[in-house]
Design a protein around this ligand. Sequence first.
Ligand code: HEC
Ligand code: HEC
Length: 221
Amino acid sequence: MRLLQWIALSLLVLLAAIEATSAEPGGEGLSARIGGGNPAAGKEKSDAGRCQECHGVDGNSGDPRIPNHAGQYAGYLAKQLHDFQTGARRHAVMSVMAEDLDAADIADIAAYFAAQKPMRGRDGSGKAAARPLFEHGDAVRKIPACAECHGSNGEGRAGTDGMVYPMLGGQRKVYLRAQLVSWKLGERNNSPDGVMNEVAKRLSDDEIDALADYLSGLQPP
Ligand code: HEC
Ligand code: HEC
């Protein structure tokens, strides 16, 4: 990693850590997760728009390649939908599914899924091999602690600066692994300042497997 990139990344981690310590104990309330959308309208729209067929009525998907949305930060879901629309993030199915949503649809659907009981870990093997890496990173290899940004149970966080760190705990294992691989290869590159590409390219394939396994078994509060 070039020095400047490393300094920028370190700064991001530091800012995230400072913000995390100044947050209220127990994290933000549900309203911070839901944002400004209308969950009741989002329920109708996500049904009519067929989102529930793949992502589950309650936001828990029935296919390991399809991400859960239950309890996910609305700000994160909305950003992804905008990114699918602009092409900043690409996926054959999702780019089409997001195409016709307007700003109110996006806010409402995101609010509906965010309001659901947080995704339940059910894919993890219970092995905690990746826990030290998740909680502390690896200073020698300049890998920042995932927990600084994503929370110690992978519960995610909405920063006051508009940054949203997605919930990872309880997410589908196959999906998590696929995202880490595509950040690493640069196929997905929509994270602010490329932060996730910088993180993932330093991870070995075995570490990616272990992280996906560990995270999918966590239960966010
Ligand atoms: C045919 C199945 C299918 C349908 C229908 C579908 N999705 Fe998806 N969705 C996926 C898959 C698969 C992914 C993972 C994409 C990837 O691997 O990058 C995804 C990803 C997403 C993401 C990104 C989640 C994350 O954690 O980054 C959002 C947000 C999303 N979908 C919202 C929606 C909404 C809203 C609708 C309805 C308008 C919808 N989806 C309909 C299959 C589907
Ligand atoms: C400096 C903060 C930061 C650190 C450290 C960090 N992340 Fe992230 N991560 C983010 C942000 C911000 C996003 C959302 C990107 C976007 O908006 O598309 C993200 C997204 C992700 C996603 C995609 C989730 C989804 O639903 O598609 C995964 C998986 C992920 N991170 C795993 C990790 C792992 C594993 C580590 C540690 C090895 C880590 N992250 C370290 C900030 C961070």
